[in-house]
Design a binder for this molecule. Structure first.
Ligand code: DGY
Length: 333
């Protein structure tokens, strides 16, 4: 029997490649750290049945029209703002993602950023490495802000938002949240209080963002929202860069409108080497690594591979994000 063809835009973990190779003829972009060039993606997608892209690959109508045989796009990410979902549905292409798996790892990283910026850990580390630690101890040396006992504001109480709430409880933090949907079950379970978005911004000492990037959340945090925050508050973003107006954030950090930020995601990735954020001490920057543990990235790869194979075998995938596609192109089973 002829195997279906699959294209993968970056070498994945061997366990996941084995699954794919068992069921399909697989070709992989050989880049190590770089994204596949657009022209190559457009040519490689031409005769494949399945595509397994990264969140950095823009999968729009041009790609889908080039890939006339495409039946499934299995994103190696929980977020799928890189894929034109409506276009995929219209064309009968199943789109899947990797939810659940990276929840705790991402929440760990969000909390690590919060701690790092609050307690100025990277600044202090650089100080020693730069051989500037001259006086043994000082009452004001790298003093930061307490985390325990403070108020954490969570915008988006989904899986990752709930997971950071659990971590914050261990630090005796007061928890407030806003979400498009009020979650009374989680309010009871996690001890979080529902507030309007503006109230969360006004009350929180730390605001952590956990919303997907949609037209509604694009630049959800700009100058107006930053001005609502306390002067000694911090913003943590591990969701998507464009949820925040980065220029407004830079100005707020520079002018002391808020105390600091921990950022794993940016409007443009990689962050430009000319970004003014690089010149600020009150921001901790990481290059979109929140889900980056070996365990989680391996499980994400296994899930993405299984989702892709399921569709190619005519089975419902575990993590379908465009259920409307079932009507356009029902699966065999
Ligand atoms: C995702 O899966 O959407 C994350 O941003 C990857 O870390």
């Amino acid at each position: 029997m002829v195997k279906p063809k699959v294209y993968v835009t970056r070498q994945l973990f061997p366990e996941a490649m084995e699954i794919l190779e068992h069921h399909a003829d697989v070709e992989v972009f050989e880049g190590v750290d770089n994204s596949i060039p657009r022209a190559l993606l457009l040519s490689k997608v031409r005769d494949v049945d399945g595509l397994l892209p990264l969140l950095t690959d823009k999968i729009d109508t041009e790609v889908m029209d080039a890939g006339r045989e495409l039946k499934v796009i299995s994103n190696y990410a929980v977020g799928y703002n890189n894929i034109d979902l409506e276009a995929a549905t219209e064309r009968g292409i199943y789109v899947t993602n990797t939810p659940g798996i990276l929840t705790d790892t991402t929440a760990d990283c969000a909390f690590a950023l919060l701690m790092a910026v609050a307690r100025r850990i990277p600044e202090a580390d650089h100080h020693i490495r730069a051989k500037r630690w001259i006086h043994a101890w000082g009452p004001k040396m790298f003093i930061g802000s307490d985390v325990h006992g403070k108020t954490l504001g969570i915008l988006g109480l989904g899986r990752i938002g709930s997971a950071i709430a659990k971590r914050a409880r261990g630090f005796d933090m007061r928890l407030v949240y806003n979400d498009v949907r009020r979650r009374e079950d989680l309010e009871r379970e996690l001890g979080v209080m529902y507030k309007s978005r503006d109230q969360v911004l006004r009350e929180a000492d730390y605001v952590s963002l956990h919303v997907p990037l949609t037209p509604e959340t694009h630049h959800m945090i700009g100058a107006k929202e930053l001005a609502m925050m306390k002067e000694n508050a911090f913003l943590i973003n591990t969701s998507r860069g464009s949820v925040v107006d980065e220029e407004d954030l830079y100005e707020a950090l520079r002018d002391g409108v808020i105390a600091g930020a921990g950022l794993d995601v940016f409007e443009e990735e990689p962050l430009s080497h000319d970004s003014p954020l690089l010149g600020l001490d009150n921001v901790v920057l990481t290059p979109h690594i929140a889900s980056g543990s070996i365990e989680t990235r391996t499980r994400m790869a296994l899930t993405a591979a299984s989702n892709l194979v399921s569709v190619l075998q005519g089975r419902e995938p575990l993590n379908l994000v465009n259920p409307g596609v079932r009507k356009v192109r029902p699966l065999r089973t």
